[in-house]
Ligand binder design. Structure first.
Ligand code: URA
Length: 212
């Protein structure tokens, strides 16, 4: 039977008296299925040292997705993103938009913790960035808010300084993208918090524009 030409394939099935065909090979992609794949991933060295895979969490129908860098120690222990000190600040930023964690989706470029919280390395980003792209494709948020330079540079394919690009609205595959500071940076540089809160005001008005 010719299974490559769909017409001939279907007429061959009909000639055998089969008038219904459900393909098992093309499962509809969902976040749950993607999560199972990511949890089994061994594509880079970080899979050897991780305690957990931190896929991300929140609403599948989130209008905003926050993208950080990589899980830290506490995130690795709990298997959840942004649960440490930086996470508390991210919660406050989300509250500024009038939302809470359950309304948004929070994830990272890397799904596994780099040892000693070092910066992600290029092969790790290469191995993991497809998962982030798939998450965004499945959620299709109205807005992506990148936290810090790694998330921005990974999605935009550039090597920019966050101080140069933060607050400047751009787009990624047809989705609006607003870069802001990483909460860990804000914990060390309290003077930048006002700018991050300004960015959250911008997020709020962009979302209001979409729902108007
Ligand atoms: N920093 C990140 O980038 N992500 C986390 O999940 C926690 C801290």
């Amino acid at each position: 039977m010719d299974t490559l030409d769909p017409r001939r394939f279907l007429s061959a099935l009909l000639s055998m008296g089969i008038d219904q065909y459900v393909s098992g090979s093309q499962e509809r992609p969902t976040l749950t299925r993607l999560k199972a794949r990511v949890e089994a991933c061994t594509c880079c060295e970080l899979s050897r040292s991780r305690k957990s895979v931190v896929f991300g969490e929140g609403s599948e129908r989130a209008r905003v997705v926050f993208v950080g860098e990589a899980p830290g120690e506490e995130e690795d222990r709990q298997g959840r993103p942004f649960v440490g000190r930086a996470g508390k600040l991210l919660d406050q930023m989300i509250e500024r938009i009038g939302l809470n964690r359950k309304d948004v989706f929070i994830c990272n470029v890397l799904k596994c913790r780099p040892p000693n919280n070092r910066d992600p390395e290029a092969p790790e980003v290469e191995a993991c960035k497809g998962y982030l792209a798939a998450q965004l494709e499945l959620i299709k948020p109205n807005l992506i808010c990148t936290l810090g330079k790694h998330a921005y540079n990974t999605l935009m394919g550039v090597d920019a300084r966050i101080t140069k690009v933060r607050g400047i609205l751009t787009s990624y595959k047809g989705m609006r993208l607003l870069p802001t500071y990483h909460p860990s940076y804000l914990l060390r540089n309290q003077g930048a918090i006002k700018e991050a809160y300004d960015d959250m005001e911008k997020v709020k008005s962009l979302l209001a524009e979409v729902s108007a």
